[in-house]
Design a protein around this ligand. Structure first.
Ligand code: 5GP
Length: 190
C-alpha cells in the first residue's frame, strides 16, 4: 500500500483555516486529522478526544518527559503538542496525516521530518485581516489589535513553509489548498 503523507498546516487566527480544513477533511478515509494535546480549557462544544486531548499541566509535562511528543510548544500560556504514535500508524495505513499547529511547532517538524510538507494559509494583507476581524464584530478593538500583532509576528515564519495559500476569495483558497495536497500526494519519494 502507498504510504500516506505528512502535511503540516498553519495560519494566523482569522485566516479561514478552520473553514478550509473543514472542507478538505470531509474525506475521512483519505485524511487523518491529528488530535493534539493541550492544557487549555475546552471551549463550548469541544469534545475531549475529538477536538483535543485536554490534559492537566502535570500530565502534559509527564508526556514530555516520556518523549511522547513529536513536537510541542507553548502558545498563549498553554502547552500544545502532537503525539508521536498515531502519526506513523496512520501514514503506514496509507492516510495523509494533517497536523494543524502553530509556527514554532511547524519549525520543529521542519527540522525533524524532511518528508513533511508545510502549508501556510495567509490573509491577502494585515490590513485585510484587521478589517475582517472588525467586521466579524465578535471581539473588542484592543483584542483585535493583539490578534493582528500576533498574526504579523507569525507571518514572519512564512519562509519555513513549502507552500503559501492566500485566502482572499474562499473558494479559490480551498481549490488552491486541494491542489497543493494533491501535488504532495503525487510527489515522487526518493
Ligand atoms: P486554539 O487554542 O485556538 O485551538 O489553538 C491555538 C493555536 O495552537 C493554533 O495556532 C493551533 O494551530 C495551535 N495548535 C493546535 N494544536 C497544536 C499542536 O499539537 N502543536 C502546536 N505546536 N500547536 C498546536
Amino acid at each position: 500500500m502507498k504510504q500516506g503523507r505528512l502535511i503540516v498546516v498553519s495560519a494566523p487566527s482569522g485566516c479561514g483555516k478552520g473553514t478550509i480544513l473543514g472542507r478538505v477533511l470531509e474525506d475521512k478515509e483519505r485524511f487523518y486529522y491529528s488530535v493534539s494535546c493541550t492544557t487549555r480549557a475546552p471551549r463550548a462544544g469541544e469534545i475531549d478526544g475529538v477536538h483535543y486531548h485536554f490534559l492537566t499541566r502535570e500530565r502534559f509535562e509527564a508526556l514530555i518527559a516520556e518523549d511522547a511528543f513529536l513536537e510541542h510548544a507553548e502558545y498563549n500560556h498553554n502547552y500544545y503538542g502532537t503525539l508521536r504514535a498515531p502519526i506513523d500508524e496512520h501514514m503506514a495505513a496509507g492516510q495523509d496525516v494533517i497536523l494543524e499547529i502553530e509556527v514554532k511547532g511547524a519549525s520543529q517538524i521542519r527540522a525533524l521530518r524532511p518528508d513533511a510538507s508545510l502549508i501556510f494559509i495567509v490573509p491577502p494583507s494585515i490590513d485585510v485581516l484587521r478589517e475582517r476581524l472588525i467586521n466579524r464584530g465578535t471581539e473588542e478593538r484592543d483584542v483585535i489589535e493583539q490578534r493582528v500583532a500576533l498574526a504579523a509576528e507569525e507571518l514572519q515564519y512564512a519562509p519555513d513553509y513549502d507552500y503559501v495559500v492566500v485566502n482572499d476569495d474562499l473558494d479559490t483558497a480551498i481549490a488552491d489548498f486541494c491542489a497543493v495536497v494533491r501535488a504532495v500526494e503525487l510527489k515522487n519519494i526518493k
